[in-house]
Design a binder for this molecule. Sequence first.
Ligand SMILES: Nc1nc2c(ncn2[C@@H]2O[C@H](COP(=O)(O)OP(=O)(O)OP(=O)(O)O)[C@@H](O)[C@H]2O)c(=O)[nH]1
Ligand SMILES: [Mg+2]
Length: 442
Amino acid sequence: MSFDDTIFALASAPGRAGVQVVRLSGPGAGGALRALAGRLPPPRMATLAALRDPAMGEVFDKALILWFPAPASFTGEDVAELHLHGGRAVLQAATAALGALGLRVAEPGEFSRRAFEHGKLDLTEAEAIADLVDAETAAQRRQALRQMEGALGRLYEGWRGRLTRALAHIEADIDFPDEDLPDGVAAAMRPELAALAAEIAGHLEDSGRGERLRDGIAIAILGAPNAGKSSLLNAIARRDVAIVSSQAGTTRDVIEVQLDLDGYPVTLADTAGLRETLDAVESEGIRRALDRAANADLKLLVFDAARWPDLDAPTLALLDADAIPVLNKVDATPVASPVLNGRPVVAVSAATGAGLPELLRAVSAAVTERYAPGAAPALTRARHRAALEDCHHALTRALSAPLPELAAEDVRLAARALGRIIGRVDVEDLLDVIFRDFCIGK
Ligand SMILES: Nc1nc2c(ncn2[C@@H]2O[C@H](COP(=O)(O)OP(=O)(O)OP(=O)(O)O)[C@@H](O)[C@H]2O)c(=O)[nH]1
Ligand SMILES: [Mg+2]
């Protein structure tokens, strides 16, 4: 990808609409705008203009145009926007005119890439734009917006700054032993490194809060054949997603439904009924069900009220802190306030809908308790997690390193791991800190 050419792309969704926005970025953006509109409008002022294809001489739309001269633009380059009427032929005409002027269609993500290259965004902010565009629920939107405003980038940049400072002190001790430095500068950095390691460990141990919010919270419905799992899925989803029948062993494959639960993105999975079976297809279904149970963030364990208080053993074996026990079919067999191991069991009827609001409230409470945004910004991506784990390992090694040279190397690796997250890995700022703090070399 070259960064000195001028690109353009449709910034809004394709198709018929009131308005569609075409964005231009690069050194030729101003020239292209002048060629189409006959003039450059004042910067950042929406201006109505007749747009003409310079080659054909024909006016192809009357549109609002906007001009953002560098560097005060999204990409940091000269940027122009054409707010065209939303239609295929108008877009075709604009594309042809811009192409004839020598502009090229942007690659996916190229505008954000350029914004990053010009220091307008760090990588976490660029990723947050993608997350905000993809956000389907309110909680996802809030998390993405917070990250886009730089909360996560600032947290990591703050840690990296502290590491860089500690490294500067350790390196100064190594490199300039004859200089007039305070004694034990390197040793004095130990508490700081230990504190950083603890903060990063705490951030890593947030039970995947931010990642779940971004990717969806997995909830599995589990229980014996005929307990009414598929009926429950259909009742919660309010549509006929899974086949229901009085035959035990109806569901084989895992059936998923995406839900917005009080702003949280949830994937609800119906599974095969748990039992011993000789049927190869059914036992594969049961294997998949148990796999889902192991990987779910929350489990709904569905029991049949007809058998209460005798409960299905394979289902009962899955009861843990992340399970919500559910007693189904209470329309046929009413049970008053069922309790299991001292925990309340939610009594429902998938058939009549009785108890469903209570069940959804219980699920919502469990989700909120685990995944509600905290005061500190949450880790949102596997990429960040991997880099933070590298950082934490390196810090742990640095704390037990026998020689300052080895400690320095590990602290350098730790800082680099954080730099990878935000996309700023450079050594210049290390030198800056050495000379600012110690004035060595004068
Ligand atoms: N009376 C009553 N019957 C129900 C209720 N929920 C489900 N059933 C019936 O129970 C039978 C089994 O329902 P399913 O939803 O297919 O049960 P399942 O747990 O998915 O069964 P498998 O897929 O075989 O594991 C069907 O005949 C349903 O109509 C309920 O709340 N009340
Ligand atoms: Mg089923």
